[in-house]
Design a protein around this ligand. Structure first.
Ligand SMILES: [Zn+2]
Length: 170
């Protein structure tokens, strides 16, 4: 075996290892162990506590957060998935029943209430007039509390969505 072909073989092996590593990394991040939460019928108590804390800390900054969705059964998720596909409306989710953290009591969706009964999803709105978008201020607080924000996802971005990964339930 000459040096050149040995080098090619080493490079090929490195490439395979590299590809395998990224594939596994993706698999791991896609499939955290949600099995132990499969019987959930409501929000996990830790997530409920963080939700309340999110509302409180936002209020302190003059921002009124409303929670528009929390626990969702797998049947409700399937109905939501059908929206924009087999039923009327726009597509609102890319997760079928069992694929969303809402189905495990580990996710919440929020919006801003700018006056009694008036809820907005405007990410530019600066109601407390501190030069920062209220939406992003809420996102910052959520992340501090340990939530993963749907706006950080690659591909489909879910801006009103917060979820808590099992290892962050502390
Ligand atoms: Zn959501």
């Amino acid at each position: 075996m000459n040096n050149a072909s040995a080098l090619v073989k080493i490079l090929l092996l490195m490439l395979i290892a590299y590809g395998l590593f990224f594939f596994m990394k993706r698999e791991w991040s896609l499939a955290p162990n949600l099995n132990e939460f499969a019987d959930a019928t409501e929000l996990h108590p830790v997530v409920a506590e963080k939700r309340d804390e999110l509302i409180r800390r936002s209020k302190d900054k003059g921002i009124t957060v409303v929670i528009t969705d929390d626990f969702r059964s797998k049947e409700e998720q399937d109905q939501l998935y059908a929206k924009g596909r087999t039923t009327e409306g726009n597509i609102v989710t890319y997760s079928k029943g069992g694929e969303s953290y809402h189905n495990y009591g580990l996710a919440i969706d929020f919006a801003l209430e700018i006056e009694k009964g008036k809820v907005i999803w405007d990410m530019e709105y600066d109601g407390n007039q501190n030069g920062m978008s209220d939406w992003m201020e809420v996102v910052e607080i959520g992340k501090e509390l340990g939530f993963e924000w749907g706006g950080d996802w690659e591909g489909f971005k879910d801006y009103p969505h917060f979820q808590m990964n099992p290892q962050d339930l502390v």
